[in-house]
Design a protein around this ligand. Sequence first.
Ligand SMILES: Cc1cc2nc3c(=O)[nH]c(=O)nc-3n(C[C@H](O)[C@H](O)[C@H](O)COP(=O)(O)OP(=O)(O)OC[C@H]3O[C@@H](n4cnc5c(N)ncnc54)[C@H](O)[C@@H]3O)c2cc1C
Length: 437
Amino acid sequence: MRPGRSLPLALCSGAFRVRHRTSALHHAAASQRCFSQTTFRAADFTHAVIGGGVVGLAIARSLAQRSNSSGSGSSSPSSLSTSSSTLLLERHPAVGTETSSRNSEVIHAGIYYGASSLKTALCIQGKALLYHYCAAHAIPHRRTGKWIVAQTDAQRAALQAVHDFCTREIHVPVRWVGAEEAARREPAVRADKGILESPTTGIVDSHSLMMSLLGQFEDAGGTVALGSRVEAITPLGGDGSSGWELAVRDLASGEVSTVTAETIINSAGLGAVDIHNMIVPPERRREMFYAKGNYFSYGASSPKVGTLVYPAPEPGHGGLGTHLTLDMGGRIKFGPDVEWVNSPDDLAVNESRLAQTVREVKKYLPGLDETQLQPDYAGIRPKLSKQGAVAHGKGFVDFIIQKEEGYQGWVNLLNIESPGLTSSLAIAEKVRKLLYG
Ligand SMILES: Cc1cc2nc3c(=O)[nH]c(=O)nc-3n(C[C@H](O)[C@H](O)[C@H](O)COP(=O)(O)OP(=O)(O)OC[C@H]3O[C@@H](n4cnc5c(N)ncnc54)[C@H](O)[C@@H]3O)c2cc1C
């Protein structure tokens, strides 16, 4: 991680102090700025973004760059302030250590979700923005393409539905792969009833992406407060019309103090419902459910596969099925399955899931050497409904990205599950538009 302005929020009594470690390499001593606890007109920051995952980083970068490019005369959401500044609050000592670094790192094409869903719109837009960003900033990525494989007539029908949806409704390229081509390109892959290819699907090094976003945020003047957990939020003026006060615990010292901001953006991933519930009255509180996905890495060099392989989508499924994905080094991993757990901290790979994973994978990769599978890592999907489907079917819940009714200056992001990585830059655009039009 860049040294940049990454800092713990060190808070002094009656005032908020940010310790700027602009660069340990270039500055012998850290400078310090103190802010008094204030009313809205002199809020410490224009924007406080809660959560330093890929989505919070993309939002923070976008808001800081906007501030930077529009200068000190930029209009604030309230038009009451004349300058603009952005604080990113992250509870861990580093950004991107939760779901954003525990996923498949797939740049999704946007082919699974309803035509009018936010997931479809933001995934398609985000995919284009992400490929462009990766090329412009030398982020490792690859357009691997993806095969969705059918073994039964029902699965073939599911592929046909995806094909028709893509070609007729959302205009995302897909093509059928014939048996001869399949045997030539991926002889190890079995697909008895057909293969639908998504050529715009790819993979990205999510860690490099996040480090790049962080660097751009800092270069645009943004402030990162690491080891800073938001524990309480007060809408000033009753509804945020006078700004927001956040109580933040510094993990190193254990101290709690406050910071004020004109606007808050809740991008806290698995902690987003907790943040939501800190603000709303009891009748508007929500519950979060946790769907863990276990991954297993593959140590053998055979069978060799160079394309991502997914099973046909199943309506109502909490994930996209146990798929074969590749990292930038060409190493194969399998996952994620769907295991409902009770805690967002339940991140150990459940090894008892191995047998089921082997069964699922052998359907499309019969030559799999199961002795070469190792528990790798797990990630947790932040679900708003128990059994909530990730793509379509019963229980589908879309991304929620909205200004909350009855409040001013609060953009709330809930259910940012897959394809949140792909959509991150488009989500940032949406948040900026919600605040500034
Ligand atoms: C198994 C799995 C596979 C996936 N595969 C893909 C894929 O291939 N492609 C794709 O596009 N998407 C995928 N996703 C989805 C994608 O990973 C997420 O949508 C994305 O990472 C969400 O980013 P985020 O910033 O919203 O959340 P997070 O990465 O969870 O970041 C939220 C941050 O908020 C911080 N935080 C929480 N509470 C507080 C608090 N009170 N105070 C301060 N900080 C706080 C956390 O520490 C965390 O760092 C997958 C998800 C899972 C679980």
